[in-house]
Design a protein around this ligand. Structure first.
Ligand code: B12
Length: 214
């Protein structure tokens, strides 16, 4: 039953049927926990992997990529508020943005929602965030953690530039840096002197929670 409804939602997204996807997400929400919000978000991510493969293989074009992103965004907007009912704990402030040149924000937003529901105050810097804006946010808000999201190989170098600037401005030892996004790896994080790479939002939230409680 749980699998059926998740498969139905994935199929409707991959059929690029906005109405049916929204209806399926609403059925999941009405299922009262039979399917968890986390399972629904994972299913959307899985469908987007298929979108990426179709785009990469030349079976789908930019129009389909854009529209599938819009459907996923609309689905996430229904699911996100259900995550944000977590806790009244105040674990501290983190700042998160997608690096310069990159407009992908679905994964960043999922991480933000998980972090908020875990009790962090999150400053969302948005997408296409210039190095100067990351540094400005660190100076202004003194967050415990800086999170950077990056989905494009061509923009991954921006992460190293931000970290370099943190070092130049004497800020690096005051903040932990976590990075995430489909084109990154733990090895890349090591190369650019980030403190951690998270393959998904749940792992990312666990890592920053550990940093705070250690
Ligand atoms: C949807 C989508 C789009 C949408 C984005 C909509 C939006 N609002 O985000 C649009 C249409 C805008 C788009 C545009 C482009 N895209 Co695009 N896109 C995708 C797609 C299909 C899904 C991305 C996604 O949202 N995945 C689901 C989320 C949940 O996964 P995620 O982002 O990885 O996030 C998870 C983790 O990584 C982690 N995470 C992410 N960020 C962070 C940050 C922190 C701090 C932490 C802790 C964790 C964390 O947590 C998340 C949840 O678990 C991917 C395919 C793929 N396999 O990723 C291609 C993909 C990323 N796009 C690609 C390309 C090439 C483009 C374009 C260049 C296409 C073009 N020719 O114009 C443009 C670039 C525009 C730009 N300047 O940014 C390529 C990138 C290849 C590469 N390695 O460089 C991909 C991989 C497709 C492919 N296979 O070719 N895209």
């Amino acid at each position: 039953m749980a699998n059926d409804i998740l498969e139905k939602m994935k199929s409707s997204l991959l059929d690029l049927d906005m109405d049916a996807t929204i209806e399926n997400v609403n059925s999941i929400i009405r299922s009262d926990g039979t399917v968890s919000v986390q399972e629904a978000i994972d299913a959307i991510s899985e469908a987007l992997q298929v979108v990426g493969k179709r785009f990469q293989d030349g079976d789908w074009f930019l129009t389909e990529l854009v529209y599938s992103g819009e459907i996923a965004k609309a689905a996430m907007e229904l699911l996100s508020p259900l995550l944000a009912v977590g806790t009244s704990q105040q674990l501290g402030t983190i700042a998160v943005g997608t690096v310069a040149g990159d407009l992908h924000d679905l994964g960043k937003n999922i991480f933000i929602n998980f972090a908020r529901s875990a009790g962090f105050e999150v400053i969302d810097l948005g997408v296409d965030v210039a190095k100067e804006k990351f540094i400005g946010a660190v100076k202004e808000h003194s967050p415990l953690v800086l999170g950077m999201s990056c989905l494009l190989t061509v923009t991954a170098g921006e992460i190293g530039k931000v970290i370099e600037e943190l070092i130049n401005q004497g800020l690096r030892d005051k903040i932990k840096v976590i990075i995430g996004g489909a084109c990154l790896t733990a090895g890349f994080a090591k190369d650019v002197d980030a403190d951690a790479f998270a393959p998904d939002a749940v792992t990312g939230t666990d890592i920053i929670r550990k940093w705070i409680t250690l």
